[in-house]
Design a protein around this ligand. Sequence first.
Ligand SMILES: NC(=O)c1ccc[n+]([C@@H]2O[C@H](COP(=O)([O-])OP(=O)(O)OC[C@H]3O[C@@H](n4cnc5c(N)ncnc54)[C@H](O)[C@@H]3O)[C@@H](O)[C@H]2O)c1
Length: 373
Amino acid sequence: MSLNIVVTGGAGFIGCNFTRFLLQGTDYRVLVLDKLTYAGSRRSLVDLLNHPRFEFRELDLADGVGIRRALAEFQPDAVVHLAAESHVDRSIDAPAVFMDTNILGTFTLLQEIRRYLASDVAKHVQNFRLIHCSTDEVFGSLEDDAPAFVETSRYAPRSPYSASKAAADHLVHAWQATYGVPAIITHSSNNYGPYQYPEKLIPVVITRALADQPIPIFGTGRQIRDWIHVSDHCRGLLAVLERGRLGEHYNIGANCERENLSLVREICALLDTHCPRSDGCSYALQISHVSDRPGHDHRYALNIDKMTNEIDWRPQVSFSEGLQQTVRWYVSHLDWCRHMLDRAASSAASTAPLASPSASAKPLPTTVTSSES
Ligand SMILES: NC(=O)c1ccc[n+]([C@@H]2O[C@H](COP(=O)([O-])OP(=O)(O)OC[C@H]3O[C@@H](n4cnc5c(N)ncnc54)[C@H](O)[C@@H]3O)[C@@H](O)[C@H]2O)c1
């Protein structure tokens, strides 16, 4: 059965990959609602803009009336809620917008979903569900030898970002229990892949390396993150949407823990092969340790048994293959990176300061000599 799916934040990293995945892999109709902050751009959806099953509305989650109108007109069977402020460094420098979007924005969306489900236009909608995309960061930080987070791990957020995501999760729970809003919460680990704004670790390393700039690494670089390719996350979200049980939480990860420093070295080695520096030295020479992020979580790791046992989903992309593809994608899409950084720089005066050291607004090379054919 064809479904109508609203994707909030569909012009961002995961959202544009998820929207593309839905349009290419299903016969569902997709309406993207997105404010187009510095992290979201129509350019990330440019190949989809004329797709017959795709619609886009520029909309702030704070705009309840706009959400109301969009839901009434599109009549969704599901909402996949991805819109958020998502960068921890920015949340430390300027937390207010994280509270506005991640908490109050989710509140507004929940209220409008309630109103929509109670309205005549939704009478024909069977099995509506809200998929609320949360993060492993709501569970806090793990010691090296601690078992991975399970869905019932205690919430212990430690950054303004993760606290705002945790608050949003609690709202979703409460709206389900109190008002019967049918919802499922997913917790994903760190995503990587195409179209990630170049302030997050992997695209920062690639763009900084190619721009001949220092590659910043927080503290010792011994922090551990659990990585999942964004295409596996998209498959996981669809599996939860189609087969998940209402009221449940599902961890979506890929059992792939890596120390930041070794990941950065891996990326440098890939760049050394694909587009060597003109002086023949390794990009690893550009690695520069900077002061650690305050309250930096040491380790995240997700136990994904529930997804594999109950939903019959498992990750398909190996880290080495996914990382190679990702490096190649950024090397051949530096124009997209430049577009995203230029947009952010031009609106920087009215928004949060770009958080040092992970954001780069310095010029990227216009061409990269690649040894790839
Ligand atoms: N990227 C990851 O590794 C990761 C891991 C776990 C969970 N998540 C969660 O997944 C979701 C998507 O993450 P992402 O990495 O794609 O983020 P992103 O920052 O790349 O994209 C967020 C999108 O939301 C939009 N947005 C922001 N504020 C909005 C508002 N007020 N109204 C409407 N749209 C707004 C932005 O324009 C952007 O398109 C987030 O909820 C994030 O917390 C991300």
